[in-house]
Design a protein around this ligand. Structure first.
Ligand SMILES: CC(C)(COP(=O)(O)OP(=O)(O)OC[C@H]1O[C@@H](n2cnc3c(N)ncnc32)[C@H](O)[C@@H]1OP(=O)(O)O)[C@@H](O)C(=O)NCCC(=O)NCCS
Length: 331
């Protein structure tokens, strides 16, 4: 006899209930950066848009920043922490194999036995985790999911490499995702590219330890740039299409904050109308990888440039190569 398994069923839809962020507290402007590498404020601004970046101070860690960002998001959501039954954190900056950062964050926040696991999807990680949270809520494996992205890439940067040293910033961004009667998170467009592992990479820990160093970021900037402005621009348009929307239906565009010129190129390719509010948070933050989208989302809402209920397109892309994006209703 074949027994029938009882399957779980969740809410009809999910949505982001609130967002919170914490930036590295040390401001490093381009003038200071040019005391570290041979470059100029003009070159950095013209090639990337970055005016200054935020680095974690000595007392800021991936754990402390994620806890602070998550606390803000949970308080703003009005959800009782005891009701958060899953934690998904995307990071490549948690330098401990186990316990996972998600378990440590859940413990610091006093959450009650949530499912907790980390994801590694570099700069696409927040959108990967958001896609998973949406599926978990709609299939009934969780009701309220804490999703966060955190990076402290300043501690994994090769400051002798002037092709990467000026790019990165440190921070954490978190959202609470919960059930909804109306769609608040559109279908995720996600994937990975094969044969591109050597475009953005770090050394293997074992190899680095043998040579007495620690793994640092290496990147072929030109190749990333080309990939982002062609293939990723197409995938971004696909996320909009899958949500059943047209460019003119969009209020806000929050691409991963990698480079303002990549953002400009995406805007042109997707023919987004000028009325769409576009995040340029990279100017003050640098590229904070998995944290960049929720941090940029919080900034737009706090500045009043975007409003709760606005329809926003988010897309993350980076090392792997991997990408993920979807349309969301802003909290
Ligand atoms: C990194 C990036 C800004 C470099 O810009 P680029 O226009 O591709 O620069 P190139 O590497 O082609 O170098 C162009 C010139 O600038 C010089 N240069 C490189 N870094 C420099 C720096 N920091 N300051 C001044 N000059 C620099 C190079 O030596 C080269 O000089 P040359 O023409 O005399 O040989 C750009 O490739 C980029 O942003 N790529 C995407 C990276 C990204 O988003 N990564 C994260 C994805 S998650």
């Amino acid at each position: 006899m074949t027994a029938t398994i009882k399957a779980s069923q969740g809410a009809p839809f999910s949505r982001i209930l609130a967002v919170g962020g914490e930036r590295g507290s040390r401001v490093v402007d381009n003038a200071e950066m040019c005391t570290i590498i041979e470059s100029s404020d003009e070159w950095i601004q013209q090639r990337t848009g970055i005016v200054e970046r935020r680095w974690a101070s000595d007392d800021q860690t991936p754990l402390s920043m994620t806890v602070n960002a998550s606390r803000k998001a949970i308080e703003r959501s009005g959800v009782d922490p005891a009701q958060i039954d899953a934690v998904l954190i995307s990071t490549v900056s948690h330098m401990q194999q186990f316990p996972s950062l998600s378990v440590s964050v859940a413990s610091e926040l006093g959450l009650q036995n949530p499912a907790a696991t980390d994801l590694s999807a570099a700069c696409a990680g927040f959108c990967y985790a958001l896609g998973l949270a949406d599926s978990m809520i709609r299939t009934g494996s969780a009701k309220h999911v804490l999703v966060a992205g955190v990076e402290v890439l300043s501690r994994q940067t090769d400051f002798t490499d002037r092709g990467t040293a000026f790019l990165f910033g440190d921070g954490a961004g978190a959202v609470v995702v919960g059930p909804s009667q109306t769609p608040g998170i559109g279908p995720v467009v996600w994937g990975s590219e094969t044969d591109t592992a050597d475009i953005i990479w770090t050394e293997d820990w074992n190899e680095a330890l043998e040579s007495g160093t620690k793994p640092v970021i290496h990147m072929e900037g030109n190749k990333v740039f080309k990939w982002a402005t062609t293939f990723i621009a197409e995938k971004t348009a696909e996320a909009l299409d899958l949500a059943g929307l047209k460019p003119e239906d969009l209020d806000v565009f929050i691409p991963h904050q990698a480079n303002n010129r990549i953002t400009d190129s995406m805007l042109r390719r997707m023919k987004l109308p000028e009325s769409v509010v576009v995040s340029r948070d990279i100017q003050q933050m640098g590229n904070s990888s998995a944290a960049s989208i929720p941090i940029a989302m919080e900034a737009l809402l706090e500045a009043g440039d975007a409003r709760s209920g606005d329809t926003a397109l988010v897309i993350g892309f980076g090392a792997g190569l991997v990408y993920a994006g979807q349309v969301v209703v802003l909290p």
